[in-house]
Design a protein around this ligand. Structure first.
Ligand SMILES: *[C@@H]1O[C@H](CO)[C@@H](O)[C@H](O)[C@H]1NC(C)=O
Ligand SMILES: *[C@@H]1O[C@H](CO)[C@@H](O)[C@H](O)[C@H]1NC(C)=O
Ligand SMILES: *[C@@H]1O[C@H](CO)[C@@H](O)[C@H](O)[C@H]1NC(C)=O
Length: 206
């Protein structure tokens, strides 16, 4: 109890400081939803209804601000960073949103990002091995992997059978569709529970 009170006053002091200083710059490409100023990045009406139901903050962060996007090159199992000028964007088609949180029931630290579909999204801190709620927007199916790099570029993760690691019988969890996974039982797949064990994913338009 004592510690909780101490932490609370510390947090409030922090808020006071924040009000006195200029607002921290948001990462390039981030954006705050404002219904009176429509943009192409806005969630659809259906997506918005769902995002509001899980108390979305209204922020959209560029995926690159918390993850690395890799290009899916079918000729190799070695992923190529999308920032590589020589990378061949073989399958990039469109973008869809995904909502992620570090706690179950859409709790803890949450983020919503527009992400390229058909490409591997490889997570970094604070999301690495920390995802407990995973909500792809409608219109896509997603597969999550324990490794980074979406090994090995196939929904069943077994482009290279000899290197295939199976968790609970499956090298990936999926297909996962909106509204996604947000409870520990939902993360159970065979004898493996993927809660806090997903480090990359790939989503396909459908
Ligand atoms: C939304 O945009 C309108 C019009 O530019 C502006 O007046 C309003 O302050 C904005 N709201 C927020 C929450 O930023
Ligand atoms: C959203 O916030 C409301 C009001 O605080 C709360 O009752 C509700 O449980 C929250 N929903 C989720 C999914 O956290
Ligand atoms: C993959 O390899 C084939 C055969 O060598 C080649 O024709 C094709 O252009 C390659 N694709 C990419 C994306 O490099």
């Amino acid at each position: 109890m004592f510690f909780r009170a101490a932490l609370l006053s510390f947090a409030l002091a922090g808020l006071g400081l924040a009000q006195d200083s200029p607002a921290a710059p948001m990462p390039e490409g981030s954006y705050k939803y404002n219904a009176s100023m429509p943009t192409a990045l806005d969630p659809s009406a259906e997506e918005l209804e769902w995002l509001k139901s899980i108390n979305w903050s209204g922020m959209i962060w560029p995926l690159e601000s918390f993850a690395t996007v890799y290009v899916d090159d079918p000729n190799t199992t070695v992923p190529v960073p999308a920032s590589d000028a020589d990378a061949t964007l073989v399958k990039r088609t469109t973008y869809r949103g995904v909502y992620i949180c570090t706690d179950v029931n859409w709790g803890g630290q949450c983020g919503y990002a527009q992400q390229p579909t058909n490409e591997c999204i490889s997570l970094q801190a604070p999301w690495w091995s920390a995802i407990s709620s995973w909500g792809p927007d409608p219109g896509q199916k997603c597969y999550g992997y324990n490794s980074n790099y979406c090994k090995y570029w196939a929904p069943d993760g077994c482009d290279v059978p000899s290197e295939c690691i199976r968790y609970g019988g499956n090298p990936s969890i999926g297909p996962v569709r909106a509204p996604g996974l947000s409870t520990v039982p939902q993360w159970q797949d065979g004898d493996f529970n993927w809660n806090d064990h997903m480090n990359s994913w790939i989503c396909y338009v459908e």
